[in-house]
Write a protein that binds this ligand. Structure first.
Ligand code: GLU
Length: 276
């Protein structure tokens, strides 16, 4: 019941912010002043995209977003971050509320019908997070009799429903942090999404000793930068920025700085294939 309330609130906040930005003149991802760039990121994924309590933005995706923005000609003070929940990403891009999204955003054909991608810039894999004392979930088949939580509009939820564990009791919420609450208070038995996100949660100070990753690679999740469909110029500029980030060592540095503390073993940088 509690979970449902949270998800309704998240959806309400998300749609309210969409409505507000629609009348705030932020079209084209240019921000209120026109000379800014608005970038969609996650706000509740430590290590990947996080808005901290003092209003700072941290994480690997945030570092990628900043690097790309700089290459596009935007200094740090010209960047405006906007929350991009999983289910809202395509809308935020097509409505022009953001210039691009860098938020654990898997490239796939379903999404490519609505937006274009640059990249990929990272290869993640779906995994499971369970309570530290749980020894009943060690493989994907164990999920079929369990309560599982994931996020609306994510590939993680879709993979569970379509192939991984169609018989699992799957609940989808607005964000992974809501699922984490459910896992802690035993409303659900497991949280599933990319290992990057799960490792970030498990490593948080306040979560020490509470959760563990099962350590599975249930899917390939190539992260791309989502941008407006047909904007080939932006796509090639972002690809050039991503290539430069890999070549000059900034990519590796960002991986180590953001995912190192969570002990996440990242795959090597993927080849950039989203062209033309
Ligand atoms: N990478 C997956 C996706 O894009 C899961 C993480 C997320 O929801 O952002 O759906």
């Amino acid at each position: 019941m509690k979970l449902r309330k949270v998800s309704t609130a998240v959806v309400a906040v998300a749609s309210l912010s969409l409505a507000l930005s629609a009348c705030g003149g932020e079209k084209g991802g240019k921000g209120k002043d026109g000379d800014k760039i608005v970038i969609g990121i996650k706000y509740d994924q430590p290590g990947m995209g996080l808005k901290t309590q003092d209003g700072k933005f941290t994480g690997f995706d945030v570092d990628v977003a900043r690097y790309v923005a700089k290459e596009l000609g935007y200094t740090e003070d010209k960047i405006e971050f906007k929350q991009a929940p999983s289910a809202e990403r395509e809308n935020l891009i097509s409505n022009g509320d953001v210039k691009f999204v860098a938020g654990t955003y898997t490239i796939n054909d379903k999404r490519k019908a609505k937006v274009d991608f640059a990249g990929p810039y990272f290869m993640a894999h779906q995994d499971l997070l369970v309570r530290a004392d749980d020894n009943t979930i060690t493989k994907v088949e164990d999920l079929n009799s369990k309560k599982l939580c994931s996020v609306t509009g994510s590939t993680s939820a879709q993979n569970v429903k379509e192939k991984l564990a169609p018989k699992a009791n799957l609940q989808t919420l607005g964000g992974y942090s809501e699922c984490l609450n459910g896992l802690e208070n035993k409303a659900v038995d497991a949280l599933t999404t990319d290992g990057t996100i799960l490792a970030g949660y498990a490593a948080q100070k306040e979560n020490q000793g509470k959760f563990k990753l099962v350590g599975l690679k249930l899917s390939d999740e190539p992260y791309g930068i989502g941008l407006k469909k047909g904007d080939k110029d932006l796509q090639s500029k972002i690809n050039a920025a991503l290539e430069k980030m890999q070549k000059d060592g900034s990519w590796q540095k960002a991986v180590e700085a953001n995912l190192g503390p969570a002990n996440y073993k990242a795959d090597p940088a993927p080849a950039i294939t989203e062209k033309g």
